[in-house]
Ligand binder design. Structure first.
Ligand code: OAD
Length: 258
């Protein structure tokens, strides 16, 4: 049985602007491994971060494209979980709630959230590695073996260069407009939630600190402690798929979809 501090419940009931910053842990209960989970199948000798660089793609495009196609197939077969649904329910209650996500899946959108700010791009928006022309995937779910496989990236329709995943890799800049918008949202909100992120990857991990400096209440939802500890007003330890629906029902007892 989860109990929430009554001051948190009051704060949320009266909040006008809320930001929900999410990371891979938000999607883990949908069956998508986090970046720090041990990988299996073809990927077992790698960690996700080794595969998430332009250098890795250039050195072995089949390995990296295969890894991202495996992840995309997984995402297409997965469904939003109760954490995504609770965040969508919150957007119906709070006058101005925005999701800022590091996730490259589309599970927030599929749960019904609007105006999601993507900091690390999307698995669903690939582009040419050389000339940035967008590439459109064939419709449907790719037929991927469960352990994954190496795959040749398709050629760009304009320059025949290799198509690359539409995600932000280590060493690359965040999309400028999205990052500016995220900073604006974080520094003008009443409450910022940090959900399912290790808070290890910058600059996204700066957002809770910016929100705190600007006077917001900062709430973490995570089964594990993180370095955010000192700025947290509330540390809700547990799985997001359990904590968030319970919190939504505690704040808005008539909430329908949490
Ligand atoms: P991580 O894999 O670093 O962290 C996932 C976090 O989710 C951990 O703190 C877990 O304790 C927590 N967690 C796991 N299951 C959870 C659950 N059911 N409910 C709540 N929390 C849970 O993922 P991110 O913080 O998203 O970047 O990683 C940030 C970025 O680093 C990613 O966007 C990616 C990665 O490498 C790029 O690819 C550029």
């Amino acid at each position: 049985m989860l109990n929430f501090d009554s001051s948190l419940i009051e704060r949320l009931r009266s909040a006008q602007r809320v930001v929900v910053l999410t990371g891979a842990g938000t999607s883990s209960e949908s069956g998508i491994p986090t970046f720090r989970d041990v990988l299996t199948g073809l990927w077992e000798n790698f960690d996700a971060q080794q595969l998430a660089t332009l250098d890795a793609f250039d050195a072995d495009p089949e390995l990296v494209w295969g890894w991202y196609e495996w992840r995309r197939a997984l995402v297409l077969q997965c469904q939003p979980n109760p954490a995504h649904q609770a965040i969508a329910a919150m957007q119906n209650r709070v006058p101005d709630l925005r999701v800022v996500t590091q996730n490259v899946d589309d599970l927030h959108e599929r749960a019904g959230n609007q105006g999601v700010v993507h900091l690390h791009g999307s698995l669903h928006d690939p582009r040419c590695r050389d000339c940035a022309t967008p590439y459109t995937f064939p419709a449907g779910v790719p037929d991927e073996p469960s352990g994954g496989r190496r795959l040749t990236p398709p050629p760009c329709s304009q320059c025949a260069g290799p198509v690359r995943p539409g995600v932000v890799w280590f060493g690359e800049s965040l999309p400028t407009d999205n990052w500016l918008q995220a900073q604006h949202l974080a520094t003008s909100c009443d409450v910022l939630f940090s959900v399912g992120t290790s808070s290890l990857v910058y600059p996204a991990a700066n957002l809770p600190y910016m929100a705190k400096d600007a006077g917001a209440c900062v709430v973490q939802v995570n089964p594990q402690p993180t370095d955010l500890g000192p700025v947290l007003d509330y540390d809700l330890q547990g799985n997001a798929g359990q904590v968030l629906p319970t919190l939504v029902r505690a704040v808005w007892p008539d909430a329908q979809h949490a």
